[in-house]
Design a protein around this ligand. Structure first.
Ligand code: HAM
Length: 422
């Protein structure tokens, strides 16, 4: 038999690690819900055209997309990110605006796998569609920051920039292209290729040979039109007012084409520089129209779950919540009583587990000890004959007086357990 393994660049998330995963998503949901964002579940694949709109000049779309023809000869792609899907759903269903949505979903990018970079990664994110108000930028940026605080990520830094809009960016791009073309010969080969497609993306190059040219390049922030300057000032003032710390990073360009005005990234100081972005986002005021809707401004962000957890590991944050059962039921009379007891306990909110396969008393006791449960309920022939259950403390605390085991009538055992656990 061949031995199958998870595909290159993908990971299995098993317990107990998955408990942290669930805790992280729960924390995100809470933040989102408190701010009025509702869950959106959209397909994992879309017509390839949906994603082509988000980054024709980006690696994510040009090189990394998982696209294929399905059995009906439709050209589809697995989602490389969540924003385009949410916007497509917005255009299709025209919900009331502002449309505030959050999501948790896998994303697929055919990247060279390494720590913190996978071919299937998972994002939690949110999108707010239908307002150009800078206060909405403040809300969204602050949500991303607050979420990192909820996780206990002290070394995450918020980087903020503005990429201008249709009025001021073309002028800046022309200036940047002229500047970079004049220095073409000293740029890396990759950056020379990037320059053809989108000069802005050259600013994203992490190659040391490109650094001096990039450092001296003209900055979008110096070329913003009056409207974009005012918008950016309002965003900054809003963040200052609610105490969200940020750094202006004039080289922050992001890896997708749809951004306008406010862009931001959350960088973890605890991760390696090449993969230190735990999240990012920004305004995309043109994307709704590009996907066939009427012009509608919007802003959002997404965070990579795997990277967030790596950052949590590095900082010792987000301890795994205890996933152990509170009560372990031991039944040496055939197992049916364990079925009934675990059902009754779970019905009143007590986590309860048991052994299967008619194991011996000794084996079941060992399983109970290993489980980390606080209490064992024991049903042997003797207990059954007496209409009773033995309650035993597994963590050394006596259950009554000095005894670590007592016998309780079967009919009251559930209430008794509730009292002991309270
Ligand atoms: P993004 O920056 O491409 O933005 O991805 C968001 C986050 O996903 C990154 O900051 C990173 O943590 C994580 N991520 C991306 N690629 C990988 C990978 N290959 N392996 C592991 N983690 C990865 C977006 O996707 C935009 N849709 C964000 C957005 C929402 N902008 C506006 N609204």
């Amino acid at each position: 038999m061949p031995e199958f393994r998870a595909p290159v660049g993908t990971r299995d998330v098993l317990p107990p690690e998955s408990a942290r995963w669930a805790a992280l998503v729960g924390a995100f949901e809470r933040r989102a819900r408190l701010a009025g964002y509702g869950l959106v579940v959209s397909p994992m694949f879309e017509d390839v055209g949906v994603f082509e709109r988000v980054g024709e000049s980006t690696e994510i779309v040009r090189k990394e997309m998982y696209d294929f023809r399905d059995k009906g000869d439709r050209h589809v792609a697995l989602r490389p990110e969540g924003t385009a899907s949410v916007v497509r759903a917005f255009v299709q269903h025209h919900p009331v605006t502002p449309f505030k949505a959050w999501y948790v979903a896998p994303s697929f990018r055919y990247e060279r796998p390494q720590a913190g970079r996978y071919r299937q990664h998972h994002q939690v994110g949110l999108e707010a569609i239908g307002s150009a108000d800078p206060d909405l930028d403040v809300e969204v940026v602050a949500l991303s920051w607050g979420f990192c605080q909820d996780l206990g990520l002290g070394s995450v830094e918020l980087l903020l920039n503005s990429l201008g809009d249709a009025a001021c960016r073309p002028r800046y791009l022309a200036e940047l292209r002229r500047y970079l073309e004049a220095r073409r010969s000293v740029l890396s080969e990759q950056s020379r290729a990037t320059l053809e497609a989108n000069p802005l993306r050259v600013l994203d190059s992490k190659r040391p040979d490109d650094r001096p040219v990039i450092d001296a390049a003209p900055r979008m922030l110096d070329s913003l039109c009056d409207e974009c300057t005012e918008h950016f000032d309002r965003v900054r003032a809003g963040l200052d007012r609610i105490g969200v710390p940020y750094e202006i990073d004039a080289r922050l360009v992001r890896g997708l084409d749809y951004y306008t005005r406010t862009t931001f990234e959350l960088a973890s100081g605890a991760l390696e520089a090449a993969q230190n972005a735990v999240g990012g986002g920004g305004r995309y005021d043109g994307l709704v129209a590009e996907l066939g809707g009427s012009p509608t401004p919007a802003i959002g962000f997404a965070m990579g779950i795997e990277r967030l957890l790596l950052a949590c590991d590095a900082e010792g944050a987000l301890a795994a919540p205890e996933a152990t059962a509170q009560v372990w039921v031991i039944d040496t009379t055939g197992g049916e009583e364990a079925t009934v007891l675990t059902t009754e306990l779970r019905a009143v909110g007590v986590s309860a587990d048991r052994s299967f396969d008619g194991r011996s008393m000794k084996a079941q006791m060992k399983a109970a000890d290993r489980s980390g449960a606080q209490l064992a309920l024991i049903v042997g022939e003797e207990e059954r004959a007496a209409g009773a259950v033995s309650v035993r403390s597994l963590r050394g605390q006596p259950v009554r007086g000095h005894a670590d085991q007592e016998r309780v009538p079967r009919v009251v055992v559930v209430e008794h357990v509730l009292r002991l656990l309270a």
